[in-house]
Design a protein around this ligand. Sequence first.
Ligand code: 13P
Length: 250
Amino acid sequence: MRRNFVAGNWKMNGSLESANALVQALVSSVGSNPSADVIICPPFIHLQGVAALVKGSGVSLGAQDLSDQEAGAFTGEVSGAMLKDVGCDYVIIGHSERRTLYGEDDALVSKKFVHALAEGLTPILCVGESLEERESGAMEAVIARQIDAVLSAAGVQALCDSVIAYEPVWAIGTGMTATPEQAQEVHAFIRGRIAAVDAAAAEGVRILYGGSANAANAATLFGQPDIDGGLIGGASLKAEDFLTICAAAA
Ligand code: 13P
């Protein structure tokens, strides 16, 4: 039985004050022993402060990205060891905004994935197709390519010990949620792709849906057999909405 998983990706949002208020509201409602994994991923600048607030609670901390390098002259970068040091257990890797706006390709995403594992962080690996790729019939090929790159760099067990997030690019921040059937189809495809390498490992991997998931549609999405929770953007910035989504995953 896979334990559901809900991660809030705040993206580049929030002041010190709003971050503190949001985390305090989450921590007091989630309690110390939630029945789904609850993770928040604030911007780098807020990680240390948020780490102090979530300590001892049932809310875990993740970063939104990391460097592929360990240390040294890499201005502006943040290493996996630094994230671990301030209290992160998770890190989002290969988000479509990193892939499309900052040119991250499968090779770089795979290097970051391996670096995260080496530092004891659990990667949340994002995959997903653009609208153009879906409409041209390339969806499965794109997702297979994104998954296979990490499979060959890190191995099937490492991939299954991490978390995968299916985020169709056309659904992110657009209000155009994938239907539960559309999402389930791709989740099953991802699990099947991994099962072809190791069927037992594929059964255990958590696959999250992301893309305009909200308090109203979360329960139906999470009710699909291969959807094990969500990677939530906009709705994770409102405590009440995010808590409703966490309750839907419980
Ligand atoms: P939205 O929930 O705002 O569509 O964002 C999804 C996302 O990109 C989470 O990583």
